[in-house]
Design a protein around this ligand. Structure first.
Ligand code: ADP
Ligand code: MG
Length: 338
């Protein structure tokens, strides 16, 4: 691995689930890179395949029903598609930290915060209980938990949702990961706490330079935090590119729709819109572009064949056959495009 290689490079990741109703493809040929020190936002409506993508990378999908395939998933110089379960287990909570949406389901309710924090430290670093305790206290302080030494003896239910999520972040950081997979880490919390936690993540990221895959369904969060954005729709990548580039020249009607639904971006907090319609069911996917049934710009050609990725600039690409036309139009002043 050379210095300029991405820390994570996913090529052609697909995931299917087999159940009583047959087999469905939840993630279909997804590729993106995450560079060292970069925050990549993975966005899309609920059900678009964001969590399945993240869980597939680190081997956390149920073995009996999920089938994950990829050309390559390079992390820090090795191919995770070739890694054994044991190696993947070692990476999780080691070089790859994880924070999920609902900390109550990730924290063990019958174990003290301190024990849950010390466990990964002791597994990965083989230090004494005393030293691990001190590290635990230090980590709780770092994530902004008051009276950290006392909190080590608390059980998860004794903390608020925001504090529990801070504990999850502390656990994820305990082994100085090179990559953090944060799956909607603030979605379950109220707005003020969300903002505090995102600030905390940004602060820690600036200090440690770890890379973050930040899964969210909020374009506001992307705008605030991410360097790069990967927009997913119905298991496929709709568009990806640098955040500034995508906000200036969104090249996919779905991305534009998401932006128009974001009050922080439209500057009109009272006008809350949503994209009409909903995601197709995985068992009845439309042929062609999966967004076509909801798209005002769809042409007949959109309903046949998978739309190719069209390059729109350096590292900016969109899976829309009208992408070029769209970015040209979005450079026109507001209202002039009608
Ligand atoms: N264990 C599973 N078995 C079957 N289907 C699943 C499983 N996990 C997720 N899915 C399906 O995969 C699709 C993508 O889900 P997910 O990745 O959780 O979406 P999101 O973008 O909201 O994180 C959804 O249709 C979901 O129902
Ligand atoms: Mg999810």
């Amino acid at each position: 691995m050379t210095r300029t290689d991405p820390i994570l490079s996913i090529e052609g990741l697909s995931t299917s689930f087999t159940g009583d109703e047959g087999t469905v493809v939840a993630v279909d040929d997804v590729s993106f890179d995450v560079n060292e020190g970069e925050i990549v936002g993975l966005i899309g409506e609920s059900g678009s395949g964001k969590s399945v993508t993240a869980l597939g990378i680190i081997g956390l999908l149920p073995k009996d029903t999920a089938r994950v395939t990829a050309k390559r998933i390079m992390f820090d110089g090795r191919d995770l598609t070739q890694a054994s379960d044991r190696e993947l287990r070692r990476l999780r909570g080691g070089s790859i930290g994880m924070v999920f949406q609902e900390p109550m389901s990730s924290l063990n309710p019958v174990l003290k915060i301190g024990d849950q924090l010390m466990e990964p430290i002791r597994i990965h670093e083989r230090i004494s209980r005393r030293a691990a305790f001190d590290r635990g206290v230090e980590l709780l302080a770092k994530v902004g938990i008051p009276s950290p030494a006392q909190r080590m003896n608390d059980y998860p239910h004794q903390l608020s949702g925001g504090m529990r999520q801070r504990v999850m972040i502390a656990i994820a950081l305990s082994c100085s990961p090179k990559l953090l997979l944060a799956d909607e880490p603030t979605t379950a919390l109220d707005v003020t706490i969300q903002a505090q936690l995102l600030d905390l993540l940004l602060e820690i990221q600036a200090e440690t330079r770890m890379a973050i895959v930040l899964i969210t369904h909020s374009m506001g969060v992307i705008a605030e935090c991410a360097d790069k954005v990967v927009v997913m729709y119905s298991g496929r990548i709709a568009e990806q590119g640098p955040v500034t580039e995508i906000f200036d020249r969104p090249g996919h009607p779905y991305t534009r729709g998401l932006m128009q639904c974001t009050p922080e971006l439209t500057g009109n907090p009272r006008r809350l819109t949503t994209i009409p319609g909903s995601l197709p069911s995985l068992s009845a996917l439309p042929p062609g572009c999966r967004f076509a049934p909801r798209c005002d710009l769809a042409l007949d050609a959109c309903r046949t064949g998978r739309p190719p990725m069209i390059g729109l600039g350096e590292k900016h690409a969109s899976a829309c056959i009208r992408a070029t036309e769209l970015v040209t139009r979005s450079m026109l002043p507001e209202g002039a495009e009608a």
